[in-house]
Write a protein that binds this ligand. Sequence first.
Ligand SMILES: [Zn+2]
Length: 554
Amino acid sequence: MTITFPPTAEAAEWIRCARCGEIVYGKRFTRDLGVCPGCASHTRLTARQRIEQIFDDGSVRAIEAPPTLEDPLGFVDSRPYPDRLREARAKTGMDEAVLCVRGTIEGHAAVAAAMDFRFMGGSLGVGVGARIVAAAEVALVEQVPFLLVTASGGARMQEGALSLMQMARTSQALAELDEAGILTIAVITDPTYGGVAASFATLPDVILSEPGAHIGFAGPRVIEQTIGQELPCGFQTAEFLRAKGLIDDVRPRAALRSTLARLCSLRKPAERAPAAEPVQLVFQPERLPVRDGWTAVQLARHADRPTTLDYAGYMLEEFVELHGDRLSGDCPAVVGGLARLGGRPIVFIGHQKGHTTRERVERNFGMPTPAGYRKAARLMRLAAKLGHPILTLVDTPGAYPGIEAEEEGQAWAIAENLRLMSALPVPVVTVVTGEGGSGGALALGVANRVLALSNAVYSVISPEGCASILWKSPAAAPLAAEALRLDARELLRHRIVDGVIPEPGEGAHADPAATARLLAAAVSEAFEDLAIHEPRKLIAERRQRFRQYDARPR
Ligand SMILES: [Zn+2]
């Protein structure tokens, strides 16, 4: 059955923006998806408008609503609850505050539950909970992504503790999708508060929002009254939550559909994979030149060497960068997200430096905070859930040594990743692309296959750090670099890496595109080799790889 919406009332000929006062031609306002052309204010949409904006025309089918008990408490405030329900139904043409459908987004199947704030403030009652659970079950049976578009003041008071229980009931439905490896996505829209924010809105794997949307648990007035202070500008906005690492991204409405389509497309391998070029990995140390350690360090740190995001641009298809650790912040020195490599869906993570001084400062010189390691951990857990292999690129002088980093548990965050990576049920491949500095590097490097580019280095400490401690002078860094045996030939000799990817010509800095092609080919080959293994075998093999370290070089 195709869903039939009541005909839309003709859009008013002229609309005045409630924020900036600009008068907009009604048809233009509709064409702009309800975004003011003057101030970019994202106005609230109905559930139906949401579905129409996101899904392909003609693809949408309604998911039948399960029967629910209405007015379970016989609730009356200034008016009986059934009166309010009747009024909401007449006003919205909906039977409840959520519209659940299945359909396609740019051809990719998905199930969605979209809330409508006009229906009693989008409140979560038994009917809403039941519809969301029913929709989640359709996503589970059909094995397609589940999208939740939220707009709600919270749980519905008129249904008492029965509405409170819907928070647990819907969260449970999401837990079942997690167990089944089904991608879940939230689009949290303005406003989303209370019991909806504290359940299905914030549990999905990927959380997107729109510019200026207000999201939180307690409403701003309640907070102000409780603490007796005025709230800072921008408090509880999508931008604020993005900076706090609590959501993945803020997307303008015009970019939402394509982002969702891309995410939904990443659950299956591409039908046609681009052909990888052959690569000759080096496995014997004697096939690499003997050279001075300090020269290797200088090359590994070359400002024109490709960064992790450069590699992403060259070698990934459909990369969607995800942000935040869902706890404390978004570290700019670790980047990652969902993507395809050679047609294969993967999770991609790496340290991020920059080329210019400004970029390097913005990326904290590639030195992650605990939020960076926790973001990486979150993405690795997502890979485990979805069954996607993981590629990590290592390029850091080390974890950031700072006051806040210590306060937030830098050591704990690194240790957690070492343990987490040793138990991941999916293939993990690491490539040391530049500097592999200390525990901050290894926290992304507990892999089934560890490769290095031929001008990369990997070491227990930076040469400068080692020189200050043992030579009592940072000027002795070249001596320390030599003593640490940190270049590709030595790494291969000590089996720290399993293979070396020869860089073209003068090195990666001289030809980033060719380097990326070689890197992609080497990683694809490793994934191909590992794809045949069961999760248990992958874990056992990885543990064995790191158990082998003793004092005997080859
Ligand atoms: Zn405006």
